[in-house]
Design a protein. Structure first.
Lengths: 318, 256
């Protein structure tokens, strides 16, 4: 068995989702697990992948790969898969990675199963479908197989692997891969941790009442060591940045703890967070749908309860 | 200029998977995938008063014509429906091949997609189609402007926004934040009936039956199961001690 994992990075950090997929790949038996890192000035990030189970890291380090665009990355991945005969390519989902996965599928005429939350060693993927009301087992009829995983499907954990073999690669870029250019960037650094990397997310919705009340969510998140998320309604209303949006049109997350403050639990939001391990929700409306998929639902006023809860957690942590 | 918009006809209401075929049951009422309405709207906005032609393209059963008619009623100029028994059950790789073959014949300057399909949650097709057409692709476009021979997109990402420029022809997938789709007017609905509408078979687009449907697909559905249950849910009313109750719960779950 040979598995290739695409390692997405942002700035000087490997993305936790990609490291989670790498951890999973390494757990699938005694396979040849390699990672691919593509970017400008990224070589220094390669050795970390060994800790998460990559025996080998292919590095395409070139200024041409600096802009976060998919098609040049397809050129690199296609070349590695073809030259080295990798049977399976595993990719953690993101705006960039989804386009890489589908481009690679078309380039190699390979099967792509997307939005998977799990995979077995005999290559059966699990995909929640129809608003997660049913789980579909999906397979591949031929190799190479390409799998795209929902964010947060696997924990990234150091497996104790050693220094990986680093293999420099270059690829001839296709004409169509070199057309698009990034001519500007506006990075919204959300205060504190990003929601993809957080074990705890405190999310706020309309029920917070006003944009300034997001401080309730921020303070609770700080006390719990977590990040702040938001519903589409409040992002559309300009209360909180898009980077924090959770749901069908935002991010899909599955932290260990999800605290929903003043969120009704519309299907749009539900699909983005219902695979969280533990869900605690506070809402004034006893009939809010969020209570149907909360482990602990509290009918009450977030403005009363949250400051007390934040204080209690701070006291406990001393 | 010519803009092609790819749209999907999706089941309305509570969609179900047919256990015998393991495919989505498409027998009931359907509608234009609402994310694709954003792409149609954006094409019409770019067109404005110009002589740009907007062609809507769909792959689906005969009744997918309803969704194409809706796009025509919104203001698109022409519709193309690829409909063939042999295309049913096509996965991503097969679907991208069929759509690309039809788009190749259109040779549009700009191909637009919506950000996802509301039935399958698929949100990747454009990149596969762009690869087959060998065109640049930009997804999650929150803003789009088209000038002479080029485009500029503001792409929403996990980290903020990227401004991306590309020459035409190109493929763009728009975010649903890009616009508010119009409702078809009565005049538009009446006018849609007279607009050109082509239905094409696999032979018409030059794709072998072996490259479509299940024979042309590289993935398969093996089985269906119930989602994992959440176990015992607790619900309490705040009697003034809810904060303590939450803390106790978090402690019990070893989360604090």
């Amino acid at each position: 068995m040979s598995i290739l994992v695409f390692l997405e990075h942002h700035g000087n950090e490997l993305q936790k989702g990609a490291l989670g997929v790498l951890t999973k790949a390494a757990s699938l038996g005694d396979s040849d697990v390699a990672a691919v890192l593509v970017g400008g000035g990224v070589k220094a990030l390669a050795s970390e992948a060994g800790t998460f189970g990559a025996g080998k890291v292919f590095v395409a380090d070139d200024d041409a790969f600096e802009p976060p665009l998919p098609q040049a990355r397809v050129d690199v991945l296609a070349k590695i898969v073809q030259e080295h005969g990798y049977e399976t390519v595993l990719i953690a989902n993101s705006v960039l990675a989804a386009d890489i996965a589908a481009g690679l599928a078309a380039r190699l005429d390979a099967g792509l199963n997307w939005d998977l939350v799990d995979i077995t060693g005999d290559w059966v993927g699990k995909r929640p479908a129809l608003q997660d009301s049913v789980y579909v087992d999906v397979g591949w009829k031929s190799t190479p197989r390409i799998a795209l995983f929902r964010a947060g499907s696997f924990d990234a954990s150091a497996t104790g692997g050693g220094e990986p073999e680093i293999v420099d690669v270059s690829a001839e870029l296709s004409d169509h891969s070199q057309q698009a250019r990034v001519t500007g960037q506006e990075l919204e650094e959300a205060s504190g941790k990003s929601i993809e990397d957080a074990d705890v997310i405190v999310a706020g919705g309309r029920g917070l009442g006003a944009p300034e009340n997001f401080s309730l969510a921020e303070e609770l998140a700080r006390a719990l060591g977590g990040a702040v998320g938001a519903t589409r309604a409040v992002v559309d209303a300009g209360w909180y940045p898009y980077a924090a949006q959770i749901g069908q049109t935002g991010k899909v997350v599955s932290p260990k703890l999800y605290v929903a403050l003043g969120i009704s639990g519309a299907i749009q939001h539900k699909v983005g967070m219902q695979s969280s391990n533990v869900i605690v929700s506070i809402n004034k409306d006893a009939n809010a749908p969020i209570f149907e998929f909360s482990d602990l639902g509290v009918v009450g006023d977030v403005h009363e309860i949250v400051p007390k809860l934040t204080e209690l957690i701070k006291q406990r942590k001393g | 200029m010519k803009i092609a918009v790819c749209v999907k006809h999706v089941p309305e209401g509570n969609a179900k998977i047919d256990p015998s075929t393991k495919r989505l049951d498409r027998a009931g009422e359907g509608a234009l995938n609402h994310f694709d309405a954003n792409a149609v709207e954006e094409a019409l906005r770019v067109k404005g008063d110009s002589d740009t032609e907007v062609v809507v393209v769909s792959l689906g059963p005969a009744r997918a014509a309803d969704s194409l008619r809706k796009a025509l009623a919104m203001g698109a100029d022409r519709a193309v429906l690829i409909s063939d028994e042999a295309a049913a059950g096509s996965d991503l790789v097969a679907t991208s091949k069929l759509l690309a073959a039809a788009l190749e014949k259109e040779s549009a300057d700009l191909v637009l997609f919506g950000q996802q399909a509301s039935d399958s949650d698929g949100a990747v097709l454009w990149a596969a189609v762009a690869e087959r057409l060998r065109r640049p692709v930009v997804s999650q476009a929150a803003e789009l402007s088209v000038a002479e021979g080029s485009l500029k997109v503001k792409r929403q990402t996990e980290f903020g926004y990227d401004v991306i420029e590309s020459p035409l022809p190109a493929v763009v997938a728009v975010s649903d934040a890009i616009n508010e789709p119009r409702y078809p007017s009565l005049k538009g609905i009446m006018g849609a009936k007279k607009k050109p509408f082509d239905t094409l078979s696999l032979a018409d687009i030059g794709v072998d039956a072996g490259d479509a449907g299940e024979p042309g697909s590289k993935t398969e559905v093996l089985g269906l199961s119930d989602p994992p249950s959440r176990g015992d849910a607790r619900k309490i009313e705040d009697d003034g001690n809810a904060a303590q109750a939450i803390l106790d719960f978090l402690a019990e779950k070893r989360l604090v």
